[in-house]
Design a protein around this ligand. Structure first.
Ligand SMILES: Cc1cc2nc3c(=O)[nH]c(=O)nc-3n(C[C@H](O)[C@H](O)[C@H](O)COP(=O)(O)OP(=O)(O)OC[C@H]3O[C@@H](n4cnc5c(N)ncnc54)[C@H](O)[C@@H]3O)c2cc1C
Length: 429
């Protein structure tokens, strides 16, 4: 018997800054009434691709809350956010009320204090409602964690509470026009002048750029190479801070991307995360978790796409029979499901390794990002193919999932860079 349950659970217990307690049953009704999301709601929970398999009761609870939020607050608007390029700040603030603004930030500054695995489970579930918006949420969470982990007590208390509530939004600023994959060659400079740094240079492709309030900026305070890089927190409104035009993109349209430009911006020395010269290390530590998070967003999009394909194969008839009776398509669906589960296991394994601060964590995070973002894109693309011409129409959600997660193979380190990280860990030991 089919049960419409996994998107309609109830949350009852709380942890850290989480607001699960009293969280009512969120109807998937709205989602059901809007065409395609109905397919995501009405699927059997008992399934070989069930994302709650192997989770603790508490993890299942907040997973349900995230699925509910995706179904009620995100999925009904996902198409409009994409088409009109709306950055859904109020929706994200509602997500923050559930503890999703600082999931792995410590509770004393407003975070939820959850683990990397818990975080992955939440981002995967949210992504079924909108992968692009969830991906921005993941970047915001990464920045909040960097300030929480490497900032002074004063900085933590100054920035983290408003970031965790998402009253303020954050951007991560590493890439420059001349330094992408070779991030350690960045040239944005910060020259010390008394108790301030004077920041000059520019950053490219900054997610949220222009619409966000807090900029975590990697800049050069010393000589060439990674050891000359420091990390500063800059606030919007700082004289000399400006932004480029909003980029036009294939996907990720529910979040703006702009260049960020610094012209003699004075940043207090007290706004530095860690010591001078530690900035590159801090940036990479942020990205280890970021890679799990972005891979989790790909998992959610792929999961939704498998369900959409499954539904379409059952409903659509050709040659007098449902497409689902064609063995070639059955085998392709089986391959998609297999890749999805394999990718999910890899991501969760890497999340656990990072949580335990294991030595192999960096390579495992890179492997998981490489495998999950590549294979989940393949899954979404195959799901589109199974829809035939309809898959190419914007009326069908599958194309948006595919467009939104294409960039996950490029950012937070391209998948070629992921191969470099894995190879280095194998060959340098
Ligand atoms: C929508 C979007 C949002 C982004 N958001 C952010 C953000 O918020 N903050 C931020 O700092 N950055 C952000 N980025 C930037 C992103 O991280 C970079 O685009 C990415 O790191 C690649 O850098 P690049 O574009 O300069 O490509 P390049 O480094 O020029 O690489 C071009 C190609 O060559 C390959 N390549 C390069 N070197 C090698 C090598 N040695 N061996 C094999 N292949 C190689 C790359 O893998 C890639 O395929 C974003 C990008 C996009 C598109």
């Amino acid at each position: 018997m089919r049960k419409c349950t996994y998107l309609t659970g109830t949350g009852t217990s709380g942890q850290g800054g989480m607001a699960w307690r009293g969280y009512g049953r969120l109807g998937a009704q709205l989602w059901r009434s809007r065409g395609w999301p109905q397919m995501l709601v009405c699927r059997r929970i008992v399934s070989c691709i069930d994302p709650s398999t192997g989770l603790t009761e508490e993890q299942k609870e907040f997973q349900k809350v995230a699925f509910d939020f995706a179904a009620k607050e995100m999925a009904p608007h996902m198409v409009e956010w994409d088409e009109k390029e709306i950055f859904p700040v109020e929706t994200m603030r509602k997500a923050a009320q559930l503890g999703f603004g600082g999931i792995y930030v410590k509770p004393d500054v407003g975070g939820s204090g959850l683990s990397r695995l818990d975080t992955s489970i939440i981002f995967e579930a949210l992504s079924t409602g909108c992968a692009s918006t969830t991906a921005y949420l993941s970047i915001h969470n990464m920045c909040a964690w960097m300030i929480d982990t490497f900032g002074s007590e004063e900085l933590r208390h100054k920035f983290c509470p408003s970031l965790c509530s998402m009253e303020k939004l954050a951007s991560y600023c590493l890439t420059e026009p001349g330094s992408g994959s070779d991030a350690a060659s960045l040239i944005t400079s910060a020259k010390r002048k008394g108790d301030t740094y004077i920041l000059n240079g520019s950053k490219a492709f900054i997610s949220g750029g222009g619409d966000t309030d807090v900029y975590v900026v990697m800049c050069r305070t010393g000589g060439s190479g990674p050891k000359g890089i420091s990390c500063l927190v800059l606030e919007k409104g700082t004289p000399g801070l400006s932004f480029g035009k909003k980029e036009r993109k294939v996907g990720w349209n529910s979040q703006p991307t702009r260049a960020v430009i610094f012209e003699d911006c004075a940043v207090p020395v007290a706004n530095r995360l860690g010591a001078e010269g530690q900035g590159f290390n801090i940036a990479m530590k942020g990205l280890n978790g970021g890679r799990i998070n972005i891979a989790s967003c790909s998992l959610g999009a792929a999961h939704a796409s498998v369900l959409l394909a499954q539904e379409h194969l059952t409903i659509r008839k050709q040659f007098g029979e449902p497409l689902a009776s064609n063995q070639y398509l059955q085998f392709r669906l089986a391959e998609m499901a297999t890749l999805l589960v394999a990718a999910r296991l890899m991501v969760r394994n890497a999340a656990q390794a990072l949580q335990e601060e294991r030595e192999d964590a960096i390579a495992l995070c890179a492997m998981a990002k490489l495998f999950a973002t590549d294979e989940c894109f393949t899954i979404c693309n195959q799901a589109l193919q199974m829809h035939g011409g309809y898959g190419y129409l914007k009326d069908y959600a599958v194309q948006q999932f595919m467009r939104d997660i294409r960039v996950h193979q490029i950012l937070e380190g391209t998948n070629e860079v992921m191969r470099m990280i894995v190879a280095r860990s194998l060959l340098q030991e």
